[in-house]
Design a protein around this ligand. Structure first.
Ligand code: SAM
Length: 231
């Protein structure tokens, strides 16, 4: 992967960035996403935010190599602190980190958001909690995608503030749009998950006393939801 050839996962994230956007890519690593989008003429300007020194230096090199210093600013910053009011950011991408990290970054930095940005989120797990954060903070999920690459399932969640929605527990778990669409990728993922969860539940039953009742009930509820959604 490089700024010319993105992974399929980042390619699908890129597809949700509106033409002419001013993008803040937080946790940008090599900076491939904003640089690829600038090279393609999709974004007007971008910020690549990184909390760690090595990826920060790598993003700087990618921007310099492509002569994009005037359009992409690389900042060493924690989460949304990379965004400044003068950037006039219209889209924020947070990809390739755990859902709990995404929630934490959004919660700690929400005062940096104007409320009009499109959030393009690709969590590695923790999707239920992330959707819960979006709902609690007045966001509506406007698009969702599920894809499989290198034996991993990835969900992309696109959210926008305004006309907040109240999602059910099942919608937070599966994704309100994904569970309505029930694509072949969705069916395959949840068939696989059902087998795994049933196996875990059977293991829990064997070690009944060691597993808290609450945890066993949560797993049993998940197995019920998955069985229903696949029915
Ligand atoms: N976004 C890229 C992608 O999806 O391919 C890179 C993902 S990489 C696995 C995660 C990156 O997020 C790392 O480079 C890490 O340093 C950065 N990161 C983690 N926590 C962060 C935070 N609080 N603020 C900014 N960057 C962070």
């Amino acid at each position: 992967m490089n700024e010319q050839t993105l992974s399929m996962r980042l390619e699908r994230v890129a597809a949700h960035v509106p033409q002419g956007a001013r993008l803040a890519d937080i946790g940008s690593d090599h900076g491939y996403l904003p640089v690829a989008l600038a090279l393609r003429g999709v974004i007007e300007a971008g910020v690549a935010g990184e909390v760690a020194q090595t990826p920060y230096a790598s993003a700087q090199r990618t921007v310099r190599r492509n002569g994009l210093e005037q359009r992409i600013t690389v900042r060493l910053a924690d989460g949304l602190e990379a965004i400044e009011a003068l950037d006039r950011i219209t889209a924020v991408s947070l990809c390739g980190m755990g859902g709990d990290t995404l929630c934490e970054i959004l919660e700690r930095g929400k005062q940096r958001l104007s409320g009009s940005e499109r959030l393009i989120l690709q969590p590695n797990g923790g999707e239920r909690e992330l959707r819960g954060w979006l709902m609690a903070n007045g966001y509506r999920i406007v698009c969702e995608e599920l894809l499989r690459e290198n034996r991993f399932d990835y969900e992309i969640i696109v959210a926008q503030k305004g006309e907040a929605s109240a999602y059910s527990a099942e919608e937070l778990y599966f994704g309100p749009l994904l569970m309505r669409e029930k694509s072949p990728a969705f069916i395959t993922k949840w068939q696989r998950m059902l087998r795994q969860k049933q196996q875990t539940l059977a293991n829990f039953e064997r070690a009944r006393d060691a597993i808290p009742q609450e945890k066993r009930s949560d797993f049993a509820r998940q197995v019920g939801w998955i069985t229903q959604v696949l029915a």
